[in-house]
Design a protein around this ligand. Sequence first.
Ligand code: PEP
Length: 251
Amino acid sequence: MRRPLIVGNWKMNSDKAGAAALASAIAKGFATAGRADAAVCPPFVYLPLVADAIAGSAIALGAQNMCAEPSGAFTGEVSGPMLVDLGCRYVILGHSERRQLFGESDAVVNRKLIAALKTSLTPIVCVGELLAQREANQTTDVIQSQIAGSLAGLTADEVRRIVVAYEPVWAIGTGKVATPEQAEAVHLDLRRMLATRYNDQLAAETRLLYGGSVKADNARSLLACPNVDGALVGGACLKAEEFLAIIAAAN
Ligand code: PEP
């Protein structure tokens, strides 16, 4: 019922030639890799050349962030309509690096989410707890509050269009991956939260991705969890063969 989705978050990596080569290699390999949906999210400046490199393949294009405003005097920002104009299908919102390093609160994520939903973009909304919060048994409360704040005021029809990524902050870029049991438990919680806030059908249909040190060699066990519908991949998506192996594991 829920198609697997594997998303590569390139973060602020690569250069022009490297971005084109990586995107081309992924697009070329994807034809034989399988049936899961897949997307690459390069830095803003490389979106056009990556769009060209993946043209004609089933790999979708995504961005790592966007402005909550559609246009105007917002120096240095990039809007949702601009991303659509460049061929983006997805936008990552509320990544923990945005929250921690750039001060994005749930309220900011909510404004961006509302703006993204006014376009054709599919937002990928990230939530996740810090290590100290997990150790203090606060994971469910933290996720619940991030969901409540990020999705505030949204209708079921709007939430039906989003993807949620559970990314425990302690697992991002650390090589310390959540166990399949830990990921599955939070994903089950997320489904319960969506069912309570909206309805059972929406909760059952929403794609929930896991992110945090996913690699080719741990992807299969994480993706085998009944409530893990895909992965948001950082470091491992910068090597085409590694990213393609994760996509293959999703089949
Ligand atoms: C991420 O940045 O979303 C991420 C999951 O990174 P990594 O896979 O490197 O932990």
